[in-house]
Design a protein around this ligand. Sequence first.
Ligand SMILES: [Zn+2]
Length: 306
Amino acid sequence: MTAETAPSWPPQPDVPQIVAPGIRHLLAPNASSWTYEGTNSYVIADGDSAILVDPGCTDESHAEALRRVGRADDRTITAVLLTHDHPDHSDGARALARSVGVPIIGMSRRFADELLVDGQILRVGALEAHVIHTPGHSDDSVCLWFPAQNTLMTGDSLLGARSSAVMGKLAEVLDSLDLLRNLVGDRKVLALPGHGPMFDDIVESATKVIEVRTKRINEVRGYIEGGNTTLEGLTAVLYPNHSGSRAMFATSTVVSTVRYLAEQTDERGIADARLRDDVVAELERYDQAMAERMRAHQAAEAAASA
Ligand SMILES: [Zn+2]
């Protein structure tokens, strides 16, 4: 894909655009500081079948647009696929799957009716998509690799020039990005991300993210070795200008970086045992507070639905 042929960005929400053979893109109408211009939904369609990917919102107009594109040319929609179960991808998935009478497929135990397996090949008409587990952004993140189309659907595992929060394990982020680099190698591959415009410099983008994360790991190690061992203190020095919904992004990235450092037992970790104990205790407090918050949230939901 060259700059001359790339569709203009951002497109109108709900307007389908063919982005690769058998793959159409529809922007979800859910723009926010968290989703950039909105979530990229896709329809994979070939022959007489279609799969809908990442509805991303509960907007009925978006669900209808996805169904219409999926069912065009007398095709049958066979599944709703989630690249991962964050709300900006999974919202609307249950209602959409139910309205069509198909299962949700993905790697999320919370959402998927049928669990995908790493290495599995999905067939849509004559199209083949290989499922690649890329944990890190979330534990259940998957990419879809279309070898005949030289196309990679990346979910939020790689967003080109944009950054994506680390809600899973940072060590897995680094491993997954390395895996994508090796998969692509020196081939020219089109990337279809979960947010933002498509891109074709996968290896460069992944390398840049690895470099930025590694630099941040070294920064955080430096602060901790200087005696700043609280998550609040580290977030304040690393992300002084993040507020509102971006604060969640900052906190999750700091927590995953500190956890990465606490888990390393060699020179990549924290050399001073006392400082390491301090951050481990801090992570335990954070995990307990999060578990407490989750219990309170569930109790409130149960009370509201009783
Ligand atoms: Zn997302």
